[in-house]
Design a protein around this ligand. Structure first.
Ligand code: HEM
Length: 405
């Protein structure tokens, strides 16, 4: 049943079908922010059994919470904790969280990422080769497949053939119609990753990320098997849908705005700004929870221990107090301290990888099909109602080109 902006702002439910309209969702955020830095929801997206939760929607509130892990813990509420397979970096607080980061950080360093450039370009080109000769194609093929192929093949150490299944299971786990469907999908993903970890334990040593986790020691102790599975599962979830959705939005936007597309070709120097702007504008996550540990006040709102707060990075990134004309996607926005990758101790571990995949994806599409526009005979399919949102198909037409050989 459709609701007004004000009704949604009063009781925000990200799964509501009205939010298949992305502009409408951001209008609702405007109403929420105009009232207060905090809204409320009875149906928090990632903590379904936790009961109601606060939702931080302003830039100042989200930043304050992300920087204050001592009052706003990443440990889930007791109900949420029961569903976790092990100690996972995103649900821990310092100092233990920082020790997990120490294990994983080197793997995502800017230097290591830069070395991956040729491979990422090669994989992107292969995907474009799939349709370059025909003059029609679906850019979601690039957006949705490239991050998975790169991550599984060159970093994680899982077979590329597993990517579609892992995307499908993650997607159903997040977006399935009922709690039961979602929970079966979580179980499926858990099982699948467990098997991959077991295969690593039995196989020859490698330097991929699963082996790094298996060999890692924290405080003189090897990680528990469940912790290895849990963190590998997090990496699969965190690394696939986020980048894919953000990139799919960029392709759709450029296919709809040929003048902007041409500008990016003409002025390649603005590409890094454009990537940040795409993430601020439409590639951000719509809520990750924190649990209040002690009485604390933020922007005039008092919080009590045990309460849950969803940090809404996407809403914060449209806050006019931080971003002039926040409703405009400005490809050369220079002052852009967006929260798309979070802030504070949990700032995104994969941001260097995401930026690189994203930039190379856009660069190769612009280089090889510079006149692409949205097809007129098929609609692009948008998927809303989720913590990450984007296009599942971006049908385009363009002047046919040659395969990369
Ligand atoms: C455009 C793409 C991406 C976006 C928008 C994004 C966003 C975020 C955000 C907002 C956080 C902070 C969560 C919090 O505050 O609790 C985060 C954390 C994290 N991200 Fe990303 N991410 C992206 C890509 C990736 C990729 C490609 C990977 C890895 C392959 C990754 C792995 C992680 C991990 C492991 C964490 C947890 C870090 C910690 O808890 O210390 N992300 N990400």
């Amino acid at each position: 049943m459709p609701k007004s902006r004000e009704e949604h702002a009063q009781q925000w439910d990200l799964r509501h079908e009205d939010f298949n309209d992305n502009d409408f969702l951001y209008d609702v955020y405007d109403v929420m922010r105009a009232k207060s830095s905090f809204a409320y929801t009875d149906t928090p997206f990632l903590t379904p059994d936790a009961g109601g939760s606060w939702v931080a929607v302003s830039y100042s509130a989200c930043t304050a919470i992300l920087r204050d892990w001592e009052h706003f813990s990443s440990n889930p509420t007791p109900q949420g904790a029961e569903q976790l397979p092990g100690d996972i970096v995103i649900t821990l607080d310092p100092p233990r969280q920082q020790k997990f980061r120490k294990v994983l950080n080197p793997y995502f360093s800017p230097g290591r990422m830069q070395q991956l450039q040729p491979e990422i370009r090669y994989e992107t080109d292969r995907l474009i080769d799939g349709f370059i000769e025909s003059g029609v194609g679906d850019l979601a093929e690039v957006a949705w497949r490239q991050p998975g192929i790169v991550f599984f093949k060159y970093l994680l150490g899982m077979p590329v053939d597993d990517v579609p299944l892992c995307i499908e299971l993650t997607d159903t786990a997040l977006n399935g119609a009922t709690e039961e469907v979602r929970s079966v999908a979580w179980g499926g993903l858990y099982q699948h990753i467990t098997e991959a970890v077991v295969a690593h334990c039995e196989g020859p040593p490698t330097d991929d990320m699963i082996d790094v986790l298996l060999g890692a020691e924290i405080d003189g102790q090897k990680l528990a098997f469940q912790d290895v599975v849990g963190n590998a599962m997090l990496l699969v979830q965190a690394g696939l849908e986020t980048t894919a959705n953000a990139m799919s939005f960029a392709f759709h936007y450029l296919a709809m705005h040929p003048d902007e597309r041409d500008r990016l070709i003409r002025e390649p120097d603005i590409m890094p700004y454009a990537i940040e702007e795409f993430i601020r504008f439409a590639g951000s996550i719509h809520g990750i929870p924190r649990t209040v540990t002690r009485d604390v006040e933020v922007d005039g709102q008092t919080f009590r221990p045990g309460e849950s707060v969803q940090v809404n990075y996407a809403s914060a990134n449209r806050d006019a107090t931080e971003f002039p004309q926040p409703e405009r996607c400005m490809l050369d926005r220079r002052q852009n301290r967006h929260l798309g990758f979070g802030a504070g101790v949990h700032r995104c571990l994969g941001s260097n990888l995401a930026r690189l995949e994203f930039r190379i994806g856009v660069e190769q599409v612009l280089a090889r099909m510079p006149d692409f526009t949205l097809a007129t005979d098929t609609d692009a399919k948008f998927h809303g109602n989720s913590v990450t949102r984007g296009y599942r198909t971006v049908p385009v037409t363009f002047t046919p080109g040659k395969r990369s050989g």
